[in-house]
Ligand binder design. Structure first.
Ligand SMILES: Cc1ncc(COP(=O)(O)O)c(C=O)c1O
Length: 463
């Protein structure tokens, strides 16, 4: 790369970024006065480098994606091989070997009889596909009024208009209303913010939270509700694991009311918690799994909806089709990369590595609880949220302006300057999110903790 870096047309890279690149979920205005756009140019293992040559720990695996780490030559070589042999063919009435093989492998890894894989290009499309399948399935099987869905407060499920309806973050939705109707919300499993009588009793809290789903189904009318969308560990809000017994009770409720359970594993699948699918980690069998991100470790885009035998049955024979698809769903290059990525998981025992090392990762992050701002450390596997509070004893959170000053005004930049790429998020209460590549161990846990400690120790001054 030339210095200062330029585009092939000779424009300063920073200027071209400001003038032409519309970044996602980004305040473009932050760069209007010439502030540097962070430009990442290279990755190796759990490290990334920017265009000035500065090195960072990738504490978020890109965006909960790069499970096997950066710079894996065998994945880029697999992509090149497939592109040479067959760069593209759709799955519209035709098939190609990579998609067939990957579908078989995902079906083998999925719990229960979730044997039917519908490929997409990402997570939001997988969620969208699941809602459409749920609607059509019930129309085909004599329950045509079942079309509504239930999901949880603060949960993020993607940006297509159906997935955005399912998303439980009103500020993300307001400017795009009206969205798809019929998406209802219930409380999430944030035990840190539970009512005082439930905070110290995870089982009772889990029962309470699951029963809110039954209540919503009753309220909406069971004959109108098609599906419940839940992440195994909810990301937005800062990593809410399921309390003990939660999914067992949710499964019971779904069976009682004939409502489909969709496990949105866009983040949690592919080793993030320690198994290929996180429903396995938590011991439940959903009717549909949605997944994406880690399936290819991001070396090429891919997503999938995996459905049970029961849901495939109306399509197995006769003339009915699921009239739905994406040109690039199950792309040959992405499918081949996914297979090579799963080979790495098996060869290097990455799931076992996560299961073995997760307790040490948690213990290391829990050392931060001695800082006055750190209220809670929570998560599972290689997936943690650190909640920041104004008062640890009362769990008082920050006012909006304080959170803005601290997160956007200080933390985001300070963490990056400290060489830790992660996420300071205020879609719920303010949290720092960590989801590094699954390859790291104690040396990197310590390094992450020390960088966080240095930045968080200064944070109070920026309130
Ligand atoms: C749980 C969940 N579902 C869906 C999505 C949307 O996935 P994508 O950005 O690939 O469309 C995300 C993205 O982060 C997610 O975390």
């Amino acid at each position: 790369m030339t210095h200062p870096p330029t585009t092939s047309r000779g424009t300063d890279l920073q200027q071209a970024a400001r003038d032409h690149l519309w970044m996602h979920f980004t305040r473009q205005g932050a760069y209007e006065d010439g502030a540097r756009v962070p430009v990442i140019v290279r990755g190796e293992g759990h490290r990334i480098w920017d265009d000035t040559g500065k090195e960072y720990i990738d504490g978020l695996a890109g965006l909960f994606v790069v499970q096997v780490g950066h710079g894996r030559k065998e994945l880029s070589e697999a992509a090149a091989r497939q592109a040479e042999q067959l760069a593209f063919f759709p799955l519209w009435s035709y098939a190609h070997p990579a998609a067939i093989e990957l579908a078989e492998r995902l079906a083998a890894g999925a719990p229960g009889d979730l044997d039917h894989v519908f490929f997409t290009t990402g997570g939001g499309e997988a969620v969208e596909s699941a809602w459409k399948l749920a609607k059509q399935y019930f129309k085909l099987t004599g329950k045509p009024h079942k079309h509504k869905v239930i999901s949880r407060a603060v949960a993020y499920h993607g940006t297509p208009q159906g997935a955005l309806s399912i998303t439980g973050l009103p500020p993300l939705k307001a400017d795009f209303e009206p969205l798809v109707p019929g998406a209802h919300k219930v409380p999430n499993t944030n035990i840190y913010r539970a009512a005082e009588d439930l905070r110290d009793d995870p089982k009772a809290f889990g029962r309470w939270a699951a029963d809110r789903i039954a209540e919503a189904i009753e309220f909406e009318g069971p004959e109108t509700v098609a599906a419940v969308f839940l992440e195994p560990v909810q990301n937005a809000g800062g990593c809410f694991p399921p309390p003990p017994g939660y999914f067992e009770r949710v499964r019971e409720i779904c069976d009682e009311y004939d409502v489909l359970l969709v496990s949105d594993e866009v983040i949690c699948a592919f080793g993030r918690i320690g198994s290929m699918f996180a429903s396995t980690d938590f011991g439940y069998t959903p009717d549909i799994i949605t997944c994406a991100k880690g399936m290819t470790s991001g070396y090429s885009p891919l997503g999938a909806m995996i459905a049970s035998d029961r849901l495939f049955e109306p399509y197995r024979t006769g003339t009915t089709s699921f009239l739905h698809g994406y040109t690039f769903g199950g792309h040959p290059v992405s499918s081949t990369v996914a297979l090579a990525n799963l080979d790495i998981f098996e060869r290097e025992g990455l799931n076992e590595h996560v299961r073995t090392n997760a307790p040490a990762f948690r213990r290391t992050l829990e050392r931060l609880l001695d800082l006055p701002l750190v209220g809670d450390v929570r998560g599972e596997g290689y997936f943690y949220g650190i909640e920041l509070v104004k008062d640890k004893d009362t769990r008082e959170t920050f006012a909006e302006a304080e959170a803005e000053r601290m997160l956007r005004g200080y933390l985001d930049k300070a963490l990056f300057e400290a060489g830790l790429y992660c996420r300071a998020d205020d879609r719920g209460d303010p949290v720092i999110q960590l989801a590094p590549p699954l390859t790291i161990g104690q040396a990197e846990f310590d390094d992450i903790e020390q960088r966080l400690r240095a930045v968080l120790s200064e944070a109070e001054k920026h309130l």
